[in-house]
Design a protein around this ligand. Sequence first.
Ligand code: PNS
Length: 160
Amino acid sequence: MKKAICPGSFDPITNGHLDIIERAARVFDELIVGVLVNPEKKNLFSVDERVEQIKSLVRDLPNVRVKKFSGLLVDLMNKEEAGVIVKGLRAFSDFEYEFQMASMNNKLDPTKETMFMMTKAEYCYLSSSSVKQVAMFGGCIKGLVPDQIIPDIMRKINSK
Ligand code: PNS
């Protein structure tokens, strides 16, 4: 049974993330979406809010589970018996950061492999931080994130 994990901050989840999750769910028998608990970072959504949003977005994908995690990704992988990390690669600019993380994870546990999926061209420019910035300055975020979380994003931004 091939089990993989798709980790991230997902603050908020974008259509690019969701596309990678859906495609990875077709490749692996089981996919865990690992949502990072990162108290040092000023997130828009709490980790529990992010987990609930993603759970509702993947409810029609029976082989996908959503879990929050803190600490090392490889520790979560060992607990869950997952051998593969799946990440989306948007552009050449992602390479250095992703190469560093993949190499560190492989050094921490050489039994783990990172596999990259090329982000669809239409999502290549998309990031959680750019979505937050566009929303904060009144731009339209339709098509960038799943429709159902747009009201949550606008509510959070307007309350800040
Ligand atoms: O969406 P992000 O913020 O780019 O995701 C980063 C994430 C969650 C994949 C990464 O920060 C992570 O795996 N953090 C857990 C800590 C860890 O295992 N660090 C060692 C690898 S550098």
